[in-house]
Ligand binder design. Structure first.
Ligand SMILES: Cc1cc2nc3c(=O)[nH]c(=O)nc-3n(C[C@H](O)[C@H](O)[C@H](O)COP(=O)(O)O)c2cc1C
Length: 187
């Protein structure tokens, strides 16, 4: 399996690192694109720079390189995840405004009818944010807010991250044991 992973300047860069690590362990080829704001948030929240991020990727593309492989539908992938997805990138993708490699790769994913999972992060949400999410959902994208489930009884932030990463992997049809599955209430 080959996936494009876009990282933007929404809060929650740790979800991107968790997903990239899990995909690597599953043998999925990861082509990663990070926006400038994504880079800043990654450094601020995780202390991770681009050199370290490269260790989580099979290919780390330059977001300004609009001629990179993932800018074309002829380059085969199985889909794209944008995690975290800022409201700016959400708006760009919802309107086909492909001013960067990351947004172009998302546009390609939609036009080729491939799987697109966006993990939007903002609170509260304005009508604009909600409309953009609805637009993408109607186009077939999966809108997956990183909302923790307390029925999992998380004991740490690591548990919360694992749960969200597990939900993303579920949408990609990838098997994992990152969270417990609900099998009914315990007696
Ligand atoms: C520390 C930090 C946290 C941010 N968190 C969010 C967020 O959760 N959601 C959001 O939409 N924007 C957030 N922003 C603002 C975006 O990074 C900003 O709108 C940026 O232009 C997004 O660009 P991009 O979509 O190209 O990454 C944050 C910025 C910083 C510096």
């Amino acid at each position: 399996m080959r996936l494009v992973v876009g990282i933007t300047g929404g809060s929650g860069a740790v979800y991107a690192l968790g997903l990239l690590q899990a995909l690597g362990e599953l043998g999925v080829r990861r082509e990663v694109v990070v926006s400038r704001a994504g880079e800043l948030v990654l450094a601020h929240e995780c202390g991770t720079d681009l050199a370290e991020l490269a260790g989580y990727a099979d290919v780390l593309h330059d977001n300004a390189d609009i001629a990179a492989s993932v800018a074309s539908g002829s380059h085969k992938t199985d889909g794209m995840v944008i995690v975290p997805c800022s409201m700016k990138t959400l708006a760009a993708v919802a309107h086909g405004y492909s001013e960067s490699l990351l947004t172009r790769a998302a546009d390609v994913t939609i036009k080729e009818r491939r799987r697109l999972v966006v993990v939007p992060r903002e609170t509260p949400l304005s009508p604009l944010h909600l409309e953009n999410m609805l637009k993408l959902s109607r186009l077939g994208a999966v809108v997956l807010p990183p909302s923790p489930a307390f029925y999992q009884r998380p004991e740490s932030l690591a548990d919360v991250v694992k749960f969200v990463v597990g939900k993303i992997l579920d949408q990609l049809g990838l098997e994992h044991a990152l969270c417990r599955r609900w099998e009914g209430a315990e007696p």
